[in-house]
Design a protein around this ligand. Structure first.
Ligand SMILES: [Mg+2]
Length: 184
């Protein structure tokens, strides 16, 4: 079996842009000192509750696609077919989050409405031949530890930040490996 679990926020959904707008702040990753720091609450000196409190239905259902989304989606669909791809997203605790994410998928990726998985313990889905594409270091580490292949999508906030300029070729080589063209 060859399947792909595609993370939403930070991969195909522009969470950073949305949350900067919500808080009226500039993108902290334009500042080099924040490279490889995932927690924007920490960067901004906010408590987790202050950071997340307004991230409800309206917020999650109206986020924009990331600039890379179209290309990511076409590459993964080309590799395994859309029927073998699930969106996999971790919710925050704010009321309305999960419904907002479901609405986002219904509006912007309706073909995936029944292939949306919500949960934080992504490693429980780890299996050979099932590739996780995610932007959070810890998600990739725990998935790999549970014996699943994973691709850390290059972003300023993760260990692959130096690969941002060549994310297409990095992703293509992971997808090639998934198809068995290369050895894992
Ligand atoms: Mg993510």
């Amino acid at each position: 079996v060859r399947q792909i679990l595609l993370d939403m926020d930070g991969v195909i959904v522009d969470f950073v842009k949305g949350v900067c707008g919500l808080h009226g702040r500039t993108n902290p990753y334009l500042n080099g000192k924040n490279i490889n720091e995932f927690g924007m609450d920490k960067i901004w000196g906010l408590s987790a509750s202050d950071f997340w409190k307004d991230c409800g239905y309206e917020f999650w259902s109206s986020l924009e696609f990331s600039p890379e989304a179209e290309s990511v989606i076409s590459r993964v669909e080309e590799c395994v077919g859309p029927e073998n791809i699930c969106l996999l997203t971790a919710p925050c605790a704010t009321a309305g989050c999960i419904d907002g994410k479901r609405e986002w998928v219904r509006k912007f990726m309706p073909a995936y409405s029944k292939r949306l998985l919500v949960g934080s313990s992504k490693e429980f889905l780890a299996a050979p031949g099932r590739l996780l594409i995610d932007d959070r270091n810890e998600n990739v580490w725990s998935y790999v530890k549970a014996s699943g292949p994973a691709f850390l999508f290059p972003r300023p906030w993760n260990d692959n930040h130096d690969l941002q300029g060549c994310w297409e070729s990095e992703l293509d080589s992971e997808l090639g490996a998934l198809k068995g063209e290369l050895a894992y």
